[in-house]
Design a binder for this molecule. Sequence first.
Ligand SMILES: [Zn+2]
Ligand SMILES: [Zn+2]
Length: 247
Amino acid sequence: MKRLFRRWLDTLWPPYCLLCGQVHSGSIQSICLPCLSDLPRIDTPCWRCGLPIAFDPKFASRQPTQLCGNCLKRTPSFHHCVAPWLYDMPVQQVINGFKHKQQLVYGRLLADLLARRVTEHYADKDKRPTLIIPVPLHQQKLRKRGFNQALEIAKIIARNTQIPLDPHRVQRCKPTTSQQELTAMQRRRNVRNAFVCRKPFQGECVAIVDDVVTTGATCDALASVLSEAGAGEVHVWAVARTLKHPY
Ligand SMILES: [Zn+2]
Ligand SMILES: [Zn+2]
């Protein structure tokens, strides 16, 4: 019934790609297949931090759980990161349109893309996190922006994956300054003691959801609070990440 209704809607208003404007029949409503395959995908990510690992197939076979040099030296507090695309054009433009210009259709596209990737990634459902926590915004920033972009993405992922969402478990208690211009060390200092967990965990595997991972310092600080509160493993799910490591 739902499928028939969708087909009827598609006949009346055919879906068009938000990136190239073409009418299309791809399975994600707001992006066509050629634009989807042109997104700057991270093909060989570090299991822990999600950064691309330079890999030469002539010399070794790559294990999916392989770690990058930075994570071998000092591992972040989170255990695994799923961030399929680089924070580069056009992903960067879509994230900025959603976050800073309130273009909600872009938010929907980001959430659909990440939900699809997460579903493919955890083929074994027993290995999936059992709770989703969006990275919280401080009240000041929430009032200014009007919405938490991480929560809006997390809501759609929770609905698509049927994994419960808890947006109230963690609070951002410190109004941190924007991370954009800071060095890795300044970022870590900036988010230190920024989060407080309001209810303990019972060893659950938890997924932190955000739009973009910059160095990973925010997720690192949040993951450390979740682990101290009893979370078993902490995974990070983000649409994109930059080429910076938290350490
Ligand atoms: Zn397109
Ligand atoms: Zn790494």
